[in-house]
Design a protein around this ligand. Structure first.
Ligand code: ACO
Length: 321
């Protein structure tokens, strides 16, 4: 039996931490108290001018490859989850392949599932590895959401940050990923979107993120609970047998509600939303890498990664680290 197992993790946060009061100083009509009370967010990182998703992905990927103890050229599949790609095309994954100097011709492509993107990309990579067609995948979540925020919309601009996280996923005789589930329901596309495009040299529609916060909140809490229970059932496991839950980092109240539904204490939930804000597809691998490097997540620990995002899309992966 071939499993897919995480062999190394890495991440990167650009620039310095920008506090809620820094946003007030920059003219955002908000307050530290409001943002902390409603979301748990205290700081986020914002990319420097000229820094793109592939730049952030490059550093996170190098760190994951180092942690896995392999060479860049040993990677035989690259998947980048992003909704803020460098270009319409080529894909951010192809640009990352070039930046890493990988010349072995391995496939490289992007996955676009917004804040569920990393869980989608990891699940796709697992299928390639379990089929036997690939041995070592680089799976990255990288975002520069600061580029699609309307800084005059205080209901959204305070929520997001930039960053990247990466894992190397290897074929292994030891499990690995034990269960996964992916879902989408496009009928909810109206409650969270960037409803713009480029056509004939013009931006058509609206190039900024728009959200009905309360509708998103209710949807996220429901599906994050449902999908965690779904992967547990697939694996024949109980919430009590999970060492760590890493939900997409959107809002501390969403994390708390999900943990409560699963009967897990917040001590077993990895939370970075206070420091990173919502980094969309990057939030889960960023939180994973942080908890691996600070010694909380150890080899053999059972972990659930789960995401929900625009589309709507949602999904979860249950794995032994
Ligand atoms: N600072 C100060 N006041 C604000 C701010 C702000 N940044 N934003 C909104 N307000 C005001 C509103 O104008 C409103 O004022 P009013 O009562 O005078 O009209 C008041 O605060 C309440 O606004 P609501 O939108 O009702 O606030 P709510 O309690 O719903 O909190 C929030 C908003 C934090 C966005 C919440 O709905 C939420 O967390 N939703 C989940 C959305 C989310 O996490 N999205 C991330 C992307 S999706 C994902 O990752 C899954």
């Amino acid at each position: 039996m071939i499993y897919a197992r995480i062999a190394g993790t890495g991440s990167y946060l650009p620039g310095t931490a920008v506090s809620n009061n820094d946003l007030v100083a920059r003219g955002v009509d908000t307050s530290d108290d409001w943002v902390v009370e409603r979301t748990g967010i205290r700081t986020r990182h914002l990319a420097e001018a000229g820094q793109s998703a592939s730049d952030l992905a490059f550093i996170a990927a190098q760190r994951a490859i180092d942690a896995a103890g392999c060479a860049a050229d040993d990677i035989d599949l690259i998947i980048v989850a992003t909704s803020t790609p460098d270009y319409i095309f080529p894909s951010t994954a192809a640009l990352l392949q070039a930046k890493l100097g990988i010349r072995n011709g391995c496939p490289a492509f992007d996955v676009q599932a917004v804040c569920s993107g990393f869980v989608y990309a990891l699940t796709v990579a697992e299928k390639f590895i379990r089929s036997g067609s690939n041995k070592r995948a680089l799976v990255v979540g990288a975002e520069v959401f600061s580029r699609i925020l309307d800084w005059s919309d205080r209901g959204t601009c305070v929520l997001f940050g930039d960053g990247a996280g990466a894992v190397v996923l290897e074929a292994s005789e030891m499990p690995g990923i034990r269960a996964s589930a992916l879902h989408a329901d496009g009928s909810h596309h109206g409650i969270l979107n960037v409803p713009g495009a480029v056509c004939g040299g013009q931006v058509t529609g609206d190039p900024f993120l728009r959200m009905d916060g309360q509708a998103v909140f209710k949807f996220a809490v429901k599906v994050l609970g449902d999908v965690a229970l779904e992967v547990l059932e697939q694996a024949g496991a109980l919430p009590a047998q999970v060492d760590w839950l890493i939900p997409h980092q959107a809002n501390i109240r969403i994390l708390q509600a999900t943990a409560k539904r699963l009967g897990m204490s917040m001590e077993r939930v990895i939370s970075t939303v206070d420091r990173h804000g919502n980094t969309s597809a990057a939030s889960i691998p960023l939180a994973l890498d942080l908890a691996v490097r600070d010694g909380r997540i150890l080899h053999g620990h059972r972990v659930i990664l789960e995401g929900v995002g625009g589309g709507f899309t949602w999904g979860a992966v249950l794995l032994d680290f």
